[in-house]
Design a protein around this ligand. Structure first.
Ligand code: C2E
Length: 873
C-alpha cells in the first residue's frame, strides 16, 4: 500500500486522496440515504397498513351498527311489542317471512319476552336459503341473565361479536318497545349474522382490502395468525407482518361483547408504497451516484487542471526567478509609495556595490540623486517611458542608468519594479562625442556649430526681451609670423593661451568660440547699449596686450576685432559673422590692433574686392594682364643688368589696376598660382626675345608669392615653364619674401636648393621688413638680398637706416650674397649705395617699371654712368 502511494507525486497523492474521499462520501451517502429513505417509506407503509386495518375493523363496527339499526326497527314496533306478548301468528306471517333473512343477511332472529323465554327464534342458512335451527352456541347467550338478554330499560342495547362453534357471529340486541320506543320493556330482540367466508369477502370487497378473519381461539389458526395472537392479546392494536418484499399483512384483534378477543383479522396489501419508495430511492440514488461520479470526474478534471496550472505557475515562477537572478539588467522591487527597497537582484548588487541585505529595506532616495519629490516623480515617469536616472555607487561614484518601471502585485497592493542598466560609459562617450562635435579640439572652446546654436538662442532671447546681441570677431595680428617663425607648436600654444585668457573673462551667459585658425568669436548677450560692447572689446584688447610666454620667450600680440550687432546688422549667424568679418578686415586694412563696428561702407569695400576677384578670374583668359619691366642697374658701370617683371591688370571696367590692389586678392583666392605661372612664362619669353635682340646678358626677376611657393609641384612648374620658354635658367631670378620662406624652413631649403641646382637665382625681396632672422639667412641658400625701399627712403635723412643698409650689405657680402637696393629715388641714395658697394640698384631714379617696348627703348639709349632724370611711367 505504502509502495503504491510512494510511486506518485504529492499532487497526484492529493488527487487520489480526494477521489477516494469523494467515493467514500458517495458510498456513505448512498447507503445512509437509502436506509433513511427506505425506513421512512416503510413507516409510511406501516401507517397506511394500520389505516387499512382500522378500515377493516371499522367495517365490522359499521356492520354491527347497521345490524343494530335493523334490530331497532324490529324491536321498537307496536306489532312486535304485541307479538312478544301474544305470539300472534299474523305478525310472523306478515313480518317474519323467510325473505327478510337473506334481505337483511341474518342468520338468526330471536324475540324473547321479559322472562327471557324465546317467543320466536329461527336460524337461517343463507347458503341454502333455508330455515335451520338456531345455532346451538347462541342459546348460551340467550339464557336469562346473559348479557344479550339483560336489557331492562329502553335505552339499553348490545351489539358485538360472539364466537359460536358455528363461527363468529355479529349480534345486536335491543329491548322490544312500542313504536314510540316506550316501555315497559316486554322483551328483547336478538339478531345474529354469521361472519362466514362470504360475509368476510363481502366486507373485503366493500373496503377493497383483502380480509381474512379467524376466531381467536381457533385451534387451527394459520401460523401467521397464531404468531401474532399473543402480541394482540397483550393489547397491541395492530400488528404488522411483512412476509416478503411484496406483501404486507396487518393484524388486529376484535373483542366479543364481553371484551375478550374474539376475532383475529388480517388485512393483506401489496407493498406498493415500499416498492415505489424503494424504486424512487434506488432511482434517486442511482442518479445521485451518477451525478456524484460525474461531479467527482469534473472535480478530478478541474483538480488536474488546477494542478497543471499550479505546476505551470511554479515553473514559470522558477523561470522568472532564474531570469531575474541571472540577468544583467538590474532590478529593484520598491514598496508602493514609501520607496523602501523590498528586494534587489544580483545585477543590482554588482552595479551599485551593495549586498542584497544592505539594499533590502533601504530607502531608494538614498541611492537616487535629487530631492525626494523629484525622485518620486521621476520614478512615476519611469512607468510611462524610459528615463535616465543618476544613482550613487557604494564608493560614491555617480552612475547614469537607463530605467523603466512596471507595477507588479505585492500582497494586496502593487509594488514598483524598477529595471535599469548602466549607461555611464555610453553617456560619457556620447558627451565626449557631442563635445568633440561642438568644441574645438585645440582650445576646447565651442566651435562654429555650437556657436551658431548659442547665437540663435541669444538672438531669440534678445528678440523677446528687446535687447541687443553683439558678435565680436577677432584674429591675431601677425599670427602667421609667429606660426612661421616659432613653429606650429608654438602657434598652437599661443592660441590655447589666448583662449584661456579670454575665456576666464567671458561671462557665463556669453559664448566664446574659435572659428578656426586664429579667428575667435565672442557673443555678448543681455546688451542694452552699444557702449557695453565697446567696454568689453576694450577689456579684451587690454587682456591681449599683456605678454604671452611661449617656450620661455615673451611674445606680444595684438588683435583686430570686428563687431556686428543684432538687430541692426542681421539676425542670423551668417549675416552677423559676415559683417563682423568685414569690420575686422577693415580694421586690418587700417592699421590693426583695434576694433570696429560694422558699417555699410565696409560692405561696399568688400563688394569692390569681390568685383576685383570676379574680374581677376577672367583677366588672364581675356588678355587683360600685362607685364612692365623695371630695370636693374650696376651702379659702377651704369649698365642695365636685368629687369624686374611687375604685373599690371588693365581692366576694361576699372582701368589699370595696381598689383598692390589685386595681388593680395589673387593670393587669397588662389588665382595667384595661375597668374604667377603666366608672369614667369611671359617674363622668360620676353627676356629671351631681348637676348635675341642682342641684350643677351639681361637677367629677369619675377616675384613669387608665398602661396605659389608652398605648392607641392612648385619647382617642377617653374622648371617646366622656364624650359618651355627656351630661356636659360641662369637668367632667371625668383624674388621670395621673408614670410614665404619661413613657413617650413627645412622644406624651403630643399626647394631653394633644387631651384639653384637648375641654375635659377634666388633673392629675398623686401629684406628687413620681416623677422630678418640671421639664423634663417644662414640656412637659406640665397643669392641676392633686396633691401626694402623703406630703408632706402630714409637712409639719407636717418643715420640709423643708413647703418642698417650698410649692415645688410656687409652681412650679405660676408655670406657671399649680392645686394640689390630697390626704391632708389635720389642721387644721394644712389651715391650712398655705391659707396656701400651695393651691387645693383633699382628705382624711379633710373626708371619706373616700363611696358616692354619702352623698356627696349630705355636699354637701347642707355649710356653709362649717368644720373638721368626719372622718366614718367
Ligand atoms: N615709390 C617708388 N616705388 C618704386 C620705386 N622703384 C620701384 N618701385 C615700386 O616698387 C615695387 C617693387 O616691387 P616689389 O617690391 O616686388 O612689390 C611688388 C610685388 O610685391 C607685387 N607684384 C608686382 N608684380 C607681381 C607679380 O608679378 N607677382 C607677384 N607675386 N607680385 C607682384 O606688387 C608689388 C608692387 O608692385 P608695383 O606697384 O609694381 O611696385 C613696384 C615698383 O613700381 C621707387 O623708386 N619709388
Amino acid at each position: 500500500m505504502v509502495a503504491f502511494f510512494t510511486q506518485y507525486s504529492r499532487p497526484a497523492k492529493i488527487l487520489l486522496g480526494i477521489t477516494g474521499l469523494l467515493l467514500a462520501i458517495l458510498l456513505v451517502l448512498f447507503f445512509g440515504v437509502r436506509h433513511i429513505l427506505v425506513d421512512s417509506f416503510t413507516e409510511v407503509e406501516s401507517r397506511d397498513m394500520c389505516k387499512n386495518v382500522e378500515r377493516a375493523t371499522s367495517i365490522i363496527a359499521d356492520e354491527l351498527d347497521k345490524l343494530s339499526t335493523i334490530c331497532t326497527d324490529y324491536s321498537g314496533w307496536d306489532d312486535a311489542y304485541q307479538f312478544v306478548r301474544d305470539r300472534n301468528s299474523d305478525f310472523i306471517a306478515s313480518n317474519l317471512t323467510i325473505e327478510i333473512y337473506p334481505k337483511l343477511r341474518l342468520n338468526a332472529l330471536v324475540y324473547l319476552n321479559s322472562r327471557a323465554d324465546v317467543v320466536y327464534g329461527r336460524g337461517f342458512d343463507r347458503a341454502s336459503g333455508k330455515y335451520e335451527p338456531l345455532p346451538a352456541g347462541l342459546e348460551e347467550h340467550l339464557k336469562p341473565g346473559a348479557k344479550l338478554v339483560s336489557l331492562t330499560t329502553p335505552d339499553q342495547h348490545v351489539s358485538g361479536i360472539v364466537t359460536l362453534p358455528e363461527g363468529p357471529f355479529l349480534v345486536a340486541a335491543r329491548p322490544v318497545l312500542t313504536s314510540k320506543y316506550a316501555g315497559p320493556v316486554r322483551g328483547v330482540l336478538v339478531l345474529g349474522r354469521l361472519l362466514d367466508k362470504e360475509e368476510v369477502m363481502r366486507l373485503s370487497e366493500t373496503i377493497h382490502i383483502p380480509l381474512e378473519i379467524h376466531t381467536a381461539d381457533d385451534a387451527t389458526l394459520p401460523p401467521d395468525f397464531a404468531a401474532v395472537r399473543g402480541e394482540l392479546a397483550q393489547g397491541a392494536p395492530v400488528v404488522l407482518r411483512r412476509a416478503d418484499s411484496k406483501m404486507i399483512a396487518g393484524y388486529a384483534a376484535i373483542p366479543d361483547i364481553y371484551g375478550k378477543p374474539a376475532l383475529l383479522l388480517r388485512v393483506d396489501a401489496p407493498r406498493s408504497i415500499y416498492q415505489e419508495g424503494k424504486k424512487a430511492v434506488t432511482y434517486f440514488l442511482t442518479w445521485f451516484a451518477v451525478v456524484g461520479v460525474c461531479f467527482a470526474f469534473i472535480i478530478n478534471l478541474f483538480w488536474r487542471r488546477l494542478l497543471e496550472s499550479l505546476q505551470q505557475g511554479r515553473r514559470s515562477e522558477e523561470r522568472n526567478r532564474l531570469v531575474v537572478e541571472r540577468t544583467n539588467q538590474a532590478i529593484l522591487l520598491l514598496e508602493p509609495g514609501a520607496g523602501t527597497i523590498i528586494d534587489a537582484n544580483p545585477a543590482t548588487c554588482v552595479l551599485l556595490g551593495f549586498s542584497r541585505n544592505e539594499l533590502t529595506g533601504a530607502d531608494i532616495h538614498a541611492l537616487l540623486s535629487g530631492p525626494v519629490q523629484e525622485v518620486d516623480s521621476e520614478l512615476e515617469r519611469c512607468l510611462r517611458e524610459t528615463r535616465e536616472l543618476s544613482l550613487c555607487h557604494r564608493d560614491g561614484a555617480e552612475l547614469v542608468v537607463e530605467a523603466m518601471a512596471t507595477q507588479v502585485p505585492h500582497g494586496d497592493d502593487q509594488a514598483l519594479c524598477l529595471m535599469f542598466h548602466d549607461i555611464t560609459d555610453r553617456r560619457r562617450f556620447q558627451e565626449e562625442l557631442l563635445h568633440q562635435a561642438t568644441h574645438d579640439t585645440l582650445t576646447g572652446l565651442p566651435n562654429r556649430s555650437l556657436l551658431e546654436d548659442r547665437l540663435n538662442q541669444a538672438v531669440a532671447g534678445a528678440r523677446r526681451r528687446g535687447q541687443m546681441v553683439a558678435l565680436l570677431m577677432f584674429d591675431l595680428d601677425n599670427f602667421k609670423v609667429v606660426n612661421d617663425t616659432l613653429g606650429h607648436t608654438a602657434g598652437d600654444q599661443l592660441l590655447r593661451s589666448v583662449a584661456a585668457r579670454i575665456r576666464s573673462f567671458v561671462r557665463n551667459c556669453d559664448t566664446f568660440a574659435r572659428l578656426g585658425g586664429d579667428e575667435f568669436v565672442i557673443v555678448l548677450t543681455n546688451l542694452t547699449r552699444m557702449d557695453d560692447a565697446v567696454t568689453v572689446a576694450e577689456s579684451f584688447r587690454n587682456l591681449l596686450a599683456m605678454p604671452f610666454f611661449l617656450g620661455g620667450r615673451e611674445i606680444f600680440i595684438t588683435a583686430s576685432m570686428g563687431i556686428s550687432l543684432f538687430p541692426d546688422d542681421g539676425d542670423t549667424m551668417e549675416a552677423l559673422i559676415k559683417k563682423a568679418d568685414t569690420a575686422m578686415y577693415h580694421i586690418k586694412e587700417s592699421g590693426r590692433n583695434s576694433f570696429q563696428f560694422f558699417a555699410e561702407e565696409m560692405n561696399q569695400k568688400v563688394n569692390a574686392r569681390l568685383t576685383i576677384e570676379t574680374g581677376l578670374r577672367r583677366a588672364l583668359e581675356k588678355g587683360e594682364m600685362l607685364l612692365h619691366y623695371q630695370p636693374r642697374l650696376e651702379p659702377g658701370t651704369g649698365a642695365v643688368v636685368g629687369m624686374e617683371a611687375l604685373v599690371r591688370w588693365n581692366s576694361p571696367d576699372m582701368g589699370l589696376i595696381s598689383p598692390a590692389d589685386f595681388i593680395p586678392i589673387a593670393e587669397d583666392s588662389g588665382l595667384i598660382v595661375e597668374i604667377g605661372d603666366w608672369v614667369l612664362a611671359t617674363a622668360c619669353c620676353q627676356a629671351l626675345e631681348w637676348h635675341r635682340m642682342g641684350h643677351d646678358s639681361l637677367r629677369v626677376s619675377v616675384n613669387i608669392s608665398a602661396r605659389q611657393f608652398v605648392g607641392h609641384d612648385f619647382v617642377d612648374r617653374v622648371v617646366r615653364i622656364i624650359e618651355q620658354s627656351g630661356l636659360s635658367p641662369h637668367f632667371v631670378e625668383l624674388e621670395l619674401t621673408e614670410t614665404a620662406l619661413t613657413h617650413n624652413v627645412d622644406e624651403t631649403v630643399k626647394i631653394m636648393n633644387r631651384l639653384r641646382e637648375r641654375g635659377i637665382t634666388i633673392s629675398i625681396d623686401d629684406f628687413g621688413t620681416g623677422y630678418s632672422s640671421l639664423n634663417y639667412l644662414k640656412r637659406f641658400p640665397v643669392d641676392v638680398l633686396k633691401i626694402d625701399k623703406s630703408f632706402i627712403d630714409d637712409m639719407v635723412k636717418r643715420r640709423e637706416d643708413a647703418a642698417i643698409v650698410a649692415t645688410i650689405i656687409g652681412i650679405a657680402h660676408h655670406m657671399h650674397m649680392k645686394v640689390v637696393a630697390e626704391g632708389v629715388e635720389t642721387a644721394e641714395q644712389m651715391k650712398l649705395l655705391m659707396e656701400g658697394n651695393c651691387e645693383e640698384i633699382q628705382g624711379f631714379y633710373f626708371s619706373r617699371p616700363l611696358p616692354p617696348e619702352e623698356f627696349e627703348r630705355y636699354i637701347a639709349g642707355r649710356t653709362v654712368p649717368l644720373l638721368p632724370a626719372a622718366p614718367r611711367e
